[in-house]
Design a binder for this molecule. Structure first.
Ligand SMILES: Cc1cc2nc3c(=O)[nH]c(=O)nc-3n(C[C@H](O)[C@H](O)[C@H](O)COP(=O)(O)O)c2cc1C
Length: 184
């Protein structure tokens, strides 16, 4: 086990007031000191095009390197039209190529979704899992976290409600173990 664990955080929403970002910030705030989370920014990434595979695109190299050097990846994302947002799919595609240079193979990946709607964006989360299975990533299986009616889980100041903090803590504890940090 390494002394410290690097987690790459991807937030599937580009929106400034994103509720998913708020839940992600809570999760990150609960990580132990020796687990460092660094956000992989995805808003500036050109739409993936296979023609770019033999070109050096700075933003592509940045995210590939960030993901490559992380022990685990945490994705916190909304659902857009019953699947993952295009910006999230874009970074997954970018990091899966060039052929045979995918960063996802064997990578530990966990996903959390949140939505104001009843179903918590779960199809988005399941679609992330589907892509990760195809890419031979090592997906964290449980607990599955799809936060429904998620705006009700936020206080007026944007902080996460006590009830949802308790629920998310179970995820955090499992994620830390999954990411390779047993605290031993
Ligand atoms: C283009 C678009 C499509 C959406 N489709 C869904 C959907 O399929 N399922 C869902 O639960 N919410 C859907 N929503 C509502 C989002 O869950 C809601 O806007 C949420 O706040 C997005 O998360 P964010 O605040 O982190 O950006 C959609 C929103 C947009 C803008």
């Amino acid at each position: 086990m390494s002394a410290s664990t690097n987690v790459a955080l991807i937030i599937g929403s580009l929106r400034e007031a994103s509720i998913n970002r708020k839940f992600a910030e809570f999760i990150v705030s609960q990580l132990p000191d020796n687990v460092t989370a660094t956000e992989v920014h995805i808003a500036d990434l050109p739409l993936y095009n296979q023609d770019y595979d033999d070109q050096a695109i700075d933003s592509y190299e940045r995210v590939r390197q960030q993901l490559k050097s992380a022990e685990a990846v945490l994705i916190v994302t909304p659902e857009h039209n019953r699947t993952m947002p295009a910006a999230l799919k874009n970074v997954i595609d970018i990091a899966s190529r060039p052929y045979k240079e995918s960063v996802w193979e064997g990578k530990k990946v966990a996903v959390v979704t949140a939505s104001p709607g009843t179903y918590g964006g779960r199809v988005s989360g399941l679609d992330v899992r589907k892509s990760m299975q195809m890419l031979s990533a090592q997906m964290m299986i449980s607990p599955e976290v799809y936060l429904g009616h998620a705006t009700d889980s936020l206080n007026e100041d944007g902080s996460v409600s006590e009830r949802t903090q308790k629920f998310l803590q179970k995820f955090v504890d499992e994620f830390v173990v999954f990411a390779g940090n047993t605290g031993a």
